[in-house]
Write a protein that binds this ligand. Structure first.
Ligand SMILES: [Zn+2]
Length: 395
């Protein structure tokens, strides 16, 4: 943004340049760090907003997203079982209130789709942000604050156990890490050694580990709208700068971002369609074709007087739809004039693959069978392993 380099687009406040850094618009849990295209990065968000909204908007979105999407196993098809660098993320399933720890008050319950679960004890709870309260162990560098994480494996296949242990280490990087039921040589500092105190916790976990009833799930509805508005506003500012920022639609998005009372969110005309409803989808007829199996498909699509961003997450056929602007004819940008019929990116975080942008019609032609023009996409397709061809979880 030309005349407001140091104005934060979320809090609308002028701040010193040191308050800003290059930020990913997509959260890292959705593969934001793998995205190289500058279109998905911003320098116009202050550190304070980034921290606040990372918990309040992103965290709540991700929690809801993963709960609703936890049945999809497609992403396992892109896991490289040989390379420990590629891990499978844990999915947050809420607070567990049935296992007590003498030093920690809260216990987050996490699921690993390759076959396993984690009980994470900590004291970092806040009513507002319980999505990632201590539940974002990645951010807790202080060992004591990072708490203790206990891993229960439900696979006995060494191939998956290795992947599980590396994923456990990656996700709970700073916490003390204990295994409840895996007996394996402790290579690469993957696990800590349990003393009597931890063995007592392990005993309690074993007693209830398979009892789904005892794992409470907390869902707060409506908060995804804040996250989607935040993404739409940042992308709109990247594309069209100040003219866009001053538009009434952009200013409305800014209010939505900070609305903490989710019952009030419906009063805004935000034009976002959230989880997997196919309402308002102008690409309904071709959605089956668009979604990339096992990865995320991002489509920037102008229609009528709107500019939309469609997110087909984890190969889901029903996209999340963000309206970046409903006055598209007022703005100009080289990206949208270079791709007047829309453009597409493919993101496969579990393999650290990011591809694009492709013209939308060319991409559709590829997906409908014309493989000649996009060899790089064919290569990605060939990496995919169908579920029935993956090693079994139980042998
Ligand atoms: Zn700010």
């Amino acid at each position: 943004m030309s005349d407001s380099n140091y104005k934060c687009i979320y809090c609308n406040t002028l701040k010193d340049s040191i308050e800003f850094s290059l930020e990913h618009i997509f959260p890292s849990a959705l593969g934001g760090k793998v995205i190289t295209d500058n279109f998905f990065k911003t320098r116009n968000v202050c550190r304070e907003c980034n921290n606040k909204l990372g918990l309040g908007a992103d965290g709540l979105f991700l929690k809801n997203f993963f709960i609703k999407n936890s049945t999809s196993m497609d992403f396992l098809g892109y896991i490289d079982l040989e390379n420990p660098k590629y891990t499978i993320p844990f999915i947050y399933l809420g607070l567990n209130e049935h296992i007590k720890h003498p030093e920690y008050t809260y216990c987050d319950y996490w699921l690993w789709q390759g076959g396993g679960r984690v009980y994470h004890f900590h004291n970092n709870y806040s009513d507002k942000f319980n999505a990632f309260a201590g539940g974002n162990p990645i951010g807790q560098k202080d060992k004591r604050r990072a708490g203790e994480a206990y891993l229960v494996s439900s696979t006995n296949n060494l191939v998956w156990i290795k992947k599980l242990l590396f994923s456990f280490k990656e996700h709970f990087k700073y916490a003390k890490r204990y295994s409840v039921n895996i007996n394996i040589q402790n290579e690469n500092d993957l696990l800590d050694v349990a003393s009597d105190k931890e063995n007592e916790i392990i005993k309690n976990i074993l007693a209830i580990a398979n009892d789904e009833q005892k794992n409470q799930i907390v869902i707060q509805l409506g908060f995804e709208i804040r996250f989607l508005s935040k993404v739409a506003l940042a992308l709109g500012c990247n594309l069209f700068g100040d003219d866009y920022y001053r538009s009434s639609y952009a200013q409305m998005l800014r209010k939505v971002i900070w609305e903490e009372d989710h019952t009030k969110l419906e009063n805004y005309q935000h034009q976002m369609s959230s989880f997997f409803s196919d309402q308002n989808n102008p690409l309904k007829q071709v959605s089956e074709i668009i979604a990339w199996k096992g990865g995320h498909t991002i489509v920037l699509f102008p229609i009528d007087n709107k500019l939309l961003l469609l997110l087909y997450i984890s190969g889901n056929k029903n996209p999340i739809i963000l309206t970046i602007t409903d006055e598209f004819n007022k703005f100009n940008n080289t990206l949208t004039s270079e791709f007047p019929n829309g453009c597409v990116w493919i993101l496969i975080p579990q393999r650290q693959i990011f591809k694009g942008k492709y013209g939308f019609p060319e991409y559709l032609a590829y997906k409908m069978g014309d493989k000649s023009l996009m060899e790089d996409l064919s290569e990605i397709e060939n990496l995919y392993v169908e579920f029935e061809n993956l090693p079994p979880f139980v042998i």
